[in-house]
Design a protein around this ligand. Sequence first.
Ligand SMILES: Cc1cc2nc3c(=O)[nH]c(=O)nc-3n(C[C@H](O)[C@H](O)[C@H](O)COP(=O)(O)OP(=O)(O)OC[C@H]3O[C@@H](n4cnc5c(N)ncnc54)[C@H](O)[C@@H]3O)c2cc1C
Length: 433
Amino acid sequence: MSTATLASLHPAGWPWVYGDVGVGSTCQALDRDVTCDVAVLGGGYTGLHAALDLAEAGLDTVLVEAQHIGFGASGRNGGQLVTGYNRSMAEVARLVGPEAARRLWQIAEAGKALVLERIRYHDIDCGLGRGYVSAALHRRHLREARHWYEDWVIGQAYPSLELLDRDGIWARVRSPRYIGGLLDRDGGHLDPVRFVHGLAAAATRAGVRIHERSLATVLDTGPPPGLTVNGHRVTARWVILAGNAFLGRLVRSLDGWVMPVTTHIIATERLGESGSRDLLPLGDAVADMNHILDYFRLTPDTRLVFGSGANYSGRSSPDPAAGLRRQLLRVFPQLAEVLTPHLWGGEVAITINRLPRLARLGPRVLCAHGFSGQGLALTAIAARAMADVVRGTEERFDVLARLPHQQFPGGRHLRRPLLTLSMLWFRLRDLLG
Ligand SMILES: Cc1cc2nc3c(=O)[nH]c(=O)nc-3n(C[C@H](O)[C@H](O)[C@H](O)COP(=O)(O)OP(=O)(O)OC[C@H]3O[C@@H](n4cnc5c(N)ncnc54)[C@H](O)[C@@H]3O)c2cc1C
């Protein structure tokens, strides 16, 4: 795999203008053999959270990133801080049993708390806002909202959820499309780029040696485990793989468990205080309840950041900005005169069941990937679970690793067409209501 291969996922011509991704060239590329306690691959949330935990525990930690900090999904996402998992806890219990499901709920909650704690403790200025709305478009969604309410409030004694009727959602989201929904007072949103930079700064202060422009091309599972990076050997006691959507290129056996899916986001010009409050009076993050969903939030400088859909086919969309703008105007027709000058995109790493996948690739090689569009909170705790293992405690990792996964069917060639077909079915279901 070459650096060009990774970079080609994000064509250089894109008008990447909102949020300056990358800490630039402050971190030296790796240019010699090194030894350390832990080698971490990936300069996104997972890698940085893990490296920070390990360095804070006094371990000599080296982090290698092929491009720059935040190059992957961590520098490109919608910034929505979401509670729980992509599956209801009743479904999770069917997969792993009620006891493990209860523990998985606590683990997800600990992930959200860890993000908030890190923002506070490291004083990361990332525009944190609270409140997350799931918006119902159809009566079926209202029934689903009630199920989620019972699943969390009754099933997990979660106190922060509130059902919204038509007036309740109008008070928070001034779109004619929604007929009700759910408010999660404990969810929220943040600027993903400033958050990933804040984590990188904290990790550097804690002593992590970060190397950007440092592509790992070979994994050696050991003993001792190590990576070949820019042609140099990183020898470690432990290796943590946090390359998410790109990992299948380094480790062929991971290909098939996780599928990279391209998705785009646009941002409006500044709307001003009153313009932005006319859309989201209380400043919540919002996602609709479709399977292929719209999601949006305001930025501190009063832009609306809007994401929708995904390209499952693997072929690049001819004009993602135009499609997104059409969808934005369906949600907020009042923005017809507003410019949407910013577009960016990234790879979401999805698993079949949309739950994260943690695995051991060797006695001292761990990986976490496939956060399926819900990685802000879960990466923090998956990273901590891996750091726990390095420090000798396996319980949290083992519970997460019990989530059962299947490979995408169809082998290397048919996997993507089959996924595209199945997503068409979900699209149809969304449209039929
Ligand atoms: C457009 C978009 C919107 C999203 N919206 C949300 C949202 O609103 N809320 C939410 O919770 N989640 C969201 N997600 C998902 C979330 O961003 C991810 O789950 C999370 O960022 C994953 O973090 P990570 O560190 O595991 O992976 P990444 O951030 O992808 O980092 C992996 C890093 O590893 C590096 N790497 C890979 N291979 C190598 C190698 N061989 N050598 C060296 N380095 C390598 C890559 O360059 C990359 O920087 C979204 C994702 C996208 C793309």
